[in-house]
Design a protein around this ligand. Structure first.
Ligand SMILES: *[C@@H]1O[C@H](CO)[C@@H](O)[C@H](O)[C@H]1NC(C)=O
Ligand SMILES: *[C@@H]1O[C@H](CO)[C@@H](O)[C@H](O)[C@H]1NC(C)=O
Ligand SMILES: *[C@@H]1O[C@H](CO)[C@@H](O)[C@H](O)[C@H]1NC(C)=O
Ligand SMILES: *[C@@H]1O[C@H](CO)[C@@H](O)[C@H](O)[C@H]1NC(C)=O
Length: 642
């Protein structure tokens, strides 16, 4: 099918408006003459052909037949070639729904809105159930403001959209004519007045020509999937959904044959491809198994091509009336190279899903190979073992570990590296001067990055895809020692829960569990904000404490105290979560937990310790020459396989 060339799209109109509209009507009228000799040629995208003598006579005949000689010109921003696309669409649909083209002909696209030359708002032209929520989450992650119909409670949907949703999905009391005149009286420009950068989901596809008519310079994203699959998925989602049709006015999908629904769906997609200039159109299909070009999509959305693109989100179904199901959000921050996922998925995500939680995972991970960490880094030797990186080098790889049915967001976290207050590095140095000042500086910067990553994770989770009832914060290298569904009966909404162990005189900062949304939001933003803006107070309290403790755990406790956030602790039996390392010997890699420090050691529930070392062939590792009573690591007996 011919595309509108950019020139013809931009060029001043080649013929007067009335003439164009006349042609449009000619097409539609001609298309209406079902079974007559003036059959409309859908393959021919040259609008001028409509004025050819044969068809003109046909038009005259048709006019005479219907007595409809006067054509009301309606102002239109569309070019002749674009009208051609619309008339082709009308003709395709008419084959299944006779009379549709006539209805379309009666429409005033854009309602009372005016075509704007400002094309800055991007339009989603795909029907719902084509991954529009995933696209919405992606765009928000890039910093765009997005309208999506299912972004919260029904009450939160702006009036314009609610009105249009009603028109789309409900029969009008005055029938089809009543519906069409109501929609013609709507002002589609209002949709562009709400500060959004991207408009998605129902009823964007159902009223695509209305939105496009008032914003004809807009870029368009067509979310798509196999038509047969779409019909099935759409009915499963909600069997009261509207037919995949322009201005459906309450016509439903359910009573149609699947073949009809498929044809209508495909006709819409052809219309979009025909009417939108190729360079302003992007099509995405996340269902057909082909890799999505995430950098190109980011570029199309005006955000450039990132070297480390975020994950294209996977947003699981969240239907109206599903509110009874509770969201459990898990934020994982750190570095991709150090990421442990096996126990997180098997012992946390899956048990939560089995307990009927809707699980949301946000990964905020530094993807760079050069990222390094401070303690027990890759290459360090323990006896004849060596510490090695984890199993992942990209977010996409990590994403494959997660079962379907969860919502998964992933951000390639390149820290902005806010300057660290020099006093913080000095404070850390004063605590362990034997390690040198440079080491203290690295630690300080590493803490800053953790705080920044937490803030980023909070931003991802606070987006409308997740208003979690419970939020768990984990580190990249945290291992879950046994199947873990938090004892929710122990929790209330008044504070942040941290493990009682490994607190180093403050608050264990490797794990946090929060009930409700308000405190979660506060928790994620707190550290970065306070360390950047209230460091004087933190520093004062840190150096004046007795005994003097300068470490991130103590800093966190001070920040919680200053912001009057209640801290509650959980006993190790209720938090079987500790940092882990991969130790490698003779080509075999094992997952090990660090036990040397008293604080860490206390974090290991007794039954996990017994399971690891006594039941499943686990073993311990001690650094050569160490004279300490305790081994450095406890390792699981089964190999990791990488
Ligand atoms: C949409 O329809 C519902 C149900 O009939 C009605 O309560 C609501 O007022 C309508 N909203 C708008 C904005 O028309
Ligand atoms: C339609 O809405 C736009 C944007 O809100 C406004 O500027 C314009 O005046 C409205 N037009 C009519 C006819 O109400
Ligand atoms: C879960 O959170 C949602 C949204 O914040 C809220 O409406 C719902 O009542 C919560 N459910 C429970 C059981 O707390
Ligand atoms: C390592 O990655 C592969 C493929 O990405 C995966 O199948 C395997 O389960 C992973 N192993 C661990 C221990 O994470």
């Amino acid at each position: 099918m011919a595309q509108t060339s950019p020139e013809s799209f931009m060029k001043p109109r080649a013929m007067p408006l009335t003439a164009q509209l006349l042609i449009f009507h000619v097409h539609l009228l001609v298309a209406n003459v079902i079974g007559q000799k003036c059959h409309y040629q859908v393959e021919n995208a040259n609008a001028d052909v409509a004025a050819s003598p044969g068809q003109t006579s046909c038009l005259i005949q048709q006019r005479a037949d219907t007595g409809k000689a006067v054509i009301e010109p309606k102002e239109s921003p569309f070019s002749p070639a674009q009208w051609q696309c619309i008339s082709q669409y009308g003709a395709s649909v008419d084959a299944d729904l006779p009379g549709f083209a006539r209805r379309l002909e009666q429409r005033r696209f854009g309602g009372t809105g005016k075509a704007s030359a400002d094309g800055s708002v991007i339009l989603g032209a795909g029907f719902g159930t084509t991954a529009t929520r995933s696209l919405a989450a992606f765009a928000r992650q890039l910093g765009l403001a997005v309208h999506h119909c299912k972004q919260g409670k029904r009450e939160d949907i702006p009036e314009f959209w609610m009105r249009l949703l009603n028109i789309t999905s409900m029969q009008h009391p005055n029938g089809l004519d009543g519906c069409l005149s109501t929609v013609d009286a709507m002002n589609f420009s209002e949709a562009f007045d709400q500060g959004n950068d991207l408009l998605l989901d129902t009823p964007m596809a159902e009223h695509f020509l209305d939105f496009y008519a008032v914003s004809p310079q807009s870029k368009v994203i067509l979310t798509n999937r196999n038509a047969v699959d779409w019909v099935k998925a759409r009915l499963q989602w909600d069997e009261t959904m509207a037919a995949p049709l322009h201005s459906p006015c309450g016509m439903k999908l359910a009573p149609m044959t699947p073949e009809t629904a498929k044809r209508l769906y495909e006709a819409h997609n052809r219309l979009v491809r025909c009417i939108v200039p190729a360079e302003k159109l992007t099509e995405i299909n996340v269902f057909d198994g082909s890799p999505l070009d995430v950098p190109a999509l980011s570029d199309f959305l005006g955000k450039g091509r990132p070297e480390f693109p975020p994950l294209f989100p996977r947003v699981s179904d969240q239907r109206w009336g599903d509110e009874a199901k509770q969201d459990f959000a898990i934020c994982i921050t750190g570095q991709i190279r150090r990421l442990e996922l096996k126990t997180k998925v098997e012992r946390l995500v899956r048990p939560l899903m089995e307990r009927n939680f809707r699980v949301v995972v946000a990964l905020v991970l530094d993807p760079r190979a050069t990222a390094s960490y401070i303690h027990r880094g890759s290459g360090e030797e323990f006896d004849d073992f060596v510490v090695v990186d984890g199993n992942f080098s990209s977010l996409q790889q990590a994403a494959e570990m997660f079962p379907s049915g969860i919502t998964l967001l992933g951000d390639a976290f390149i820290p902005r590296d806010y300057p660290v207050d020099a006093r913080y590095a000095e404070d850390l140095y004063s605590q362990s001067p034997e390690m040198g000042f440079e080491y203290a500086g690295h630690r300080a910067q590493s803490h800053m990055r953790q705080w920044e990553a937490l803030e980023r994770c909070g931003q991802l989770l606070i987006s409308p895809v997740s208003h979690a009832n419970y939020t768990l914060r984990l580190r990249d290298d945290s291992a879950i020692l046994e199947p873990f569904v938090p004892r929710l009966d122990l929790l209330d909404e008044s504070g942040v829960y941290a493990p009682a162990c490994s607190s180093f005189g403050g608050v264990n900062d490797k794990f946090a569990l929060i009930v409700g949304r308000g405190i979660a939001r506060h928790y994620f933003a707190l550290s970065l904000d306070m360390v950047r803006h209230r460091f004087d107070e933190i520093h004062q309290l840190m150096v004046s404490s007795v005994p003097r403790r300068c470490n991130p755990e103590h800093a966190l406790k001070i920040m919680f105290d200053l912001s009057q956030t209640k801290i509650k602790t959980l006993e190790p039996d209720n938090v079987p979560v500790v940092p882990s390392k991969n130790l490698r010997r003779d080509g075999k890699t094992y997952q090990c937990i660090y036990t040397l420090n008293d604080d860490y050691n206390d974090c290991i529930p007794e039954r996990s310790r017994v399971r690891i070392t006594d039941i499943q062939g686990g073993f311990s590792v001690r650094k050569t020459g160490s004279t300490r009573a305790r081994p450095d690591f406890l390792c699981e007996g089964t190999e990791l396989g990488f």
